[in-house]
Design a binder for this molecule. Structure first.
Ligand code: ADP
Ligand code: MG
Length: 292
């Protein structure tokens, strides 16, 4: 495309809230054959809320939430924010944390009130040989409702499952349909567990998804699709997504996402809506048509 037509295209996209950082990305966008979408904060609002607290044995719900929220006050993960907010809403006062440790893609651990706390996914609990009993089925039932269940252990014994829900953005389903109508293979990628991912993908109208993807594995998924011959678009909002955004043929960042994601991407969707993807592709196609 001529520099002039690219400039016009960049301007048109900007009117739709799609910020294009380089002309090359604008030209490649029309060739995207597969679009990878991160789940949390990209397809969903990224603002999870606590929906269920299921305590084990004699544990008290308020006491469990206090410990869990105290532990999570050291984490910046969206799931952590949900736990802390939920405790605050109930007027629970936080305790003191020591030996805090975040286990990427798995959960968090720390000491509170002389107790050893562990909070995270099933894999983390299995690795630490925490007995889960019939709470596995309870977690599965919550996951089937598209909620994310997390296991909470106190002194190496299961104390509760706390589940959060993160609703799909109102217009994600329609925006995903637009991509599919363009013949684009839409793939969802998430660190979340398989059952939750399946439920969210179904709601969003996505047939293909990869779950339990560790942060460092996200960019590998982009490469895998590229090796299958796809021209890959990647859309994400998190620090986790940055390497994948950088390696994709075209990286799209959600405007409300982290700075690292925005800096790693070629295009920023300022309105946070996935409609920006089909908009960018349409502008790209129009730009290339103009030069012929
Ligand atoms: P996502 O792609 O959903 O942001 P992550 O890779 O960050 O996923 O985390 C994967 C899983 O690890 C989460 O779904 C959750 O079960 C667990 N996890 C991660 N961080 C935390 C945390 N701070 N507290 C509890 N669980 C966590
Ligand atoms: Mg995300």
């Amino acid at each position: 495309a001529t520099p002039m037509s690219v400039m016009v295209g960049v301007g048109k996209a900007a009117e739709a809230g799609v910020l294009i950082r380089n002309g090359e990305a604008l030209q490649t966008a029309s060739k995207i054959s597969a679009m990878i979408l991160d789940k949390t904060g990209t397809i969903t609002l990224g603002a999870p809320k606590v929906t269920d607290v299921l305590v084990a044995g004699e544990h008290d719900e308020q006491a469990v939430l206090r410990l869990a929220a105290t532990l999570e006050s050291g984490s910046e993960h969206p799931l952590a924010m949900a736990i802390v907010e939920s405790a605050q809403e109930r007027g629970i006062e936080m305790g003191k944390v020591s030996n805090f440790n975040a286990i990427a893609g798995h959960g968090v651990q720390a000491d509170v009130d002389g107790k050893t706390l562990l909070f995270g996914n099933e894999k983390l609990m299995r690795e630490r040989t925490i007995e889960l009993g019939d709470f596995v089925e309870k977690a599965q039932a919550l996951a089937a409702e598209a909620k994310t269940p997390m296991y909470f252990a106190v002194d190496n014994k299961l104390a509760a499952i706390i589940a959060v829900a993160d609703p799909i953005k109102e217009d994600s389903i329609a925006a995903i349909k637009r991509l599919q109508h363009n013949g684009i293979r839409v793939v969802m990628l998430t660190g979340d567990n398989r059952a939750t991912a399946k439920a969210v993908a179904e709601k969003a109208g996505i047939k293909e998804f990869f779950a339990e993807v560790l942060p460092e594995e996200k960019s590998k998924k982009v490469q895998e699709l590229q090796m299958e011959g796809e021209v890959v678009g990647m859309t994400g909002d998190g620090i986790n997504d940055a390497p994948a955004l950088a390696i994709a043929n075209v990286g799209f960042a959600i405007g409300t996402g982290t700075d690292v994601a925005i800096e790693s991407a070629d295009i920023t969707l300022m309105r946070g809506s996935l409609h920006g993807l089909a908009d960018a592709i349409a502008v790209s196609k129009a730009t290339l048509r103009n030069i012929k």
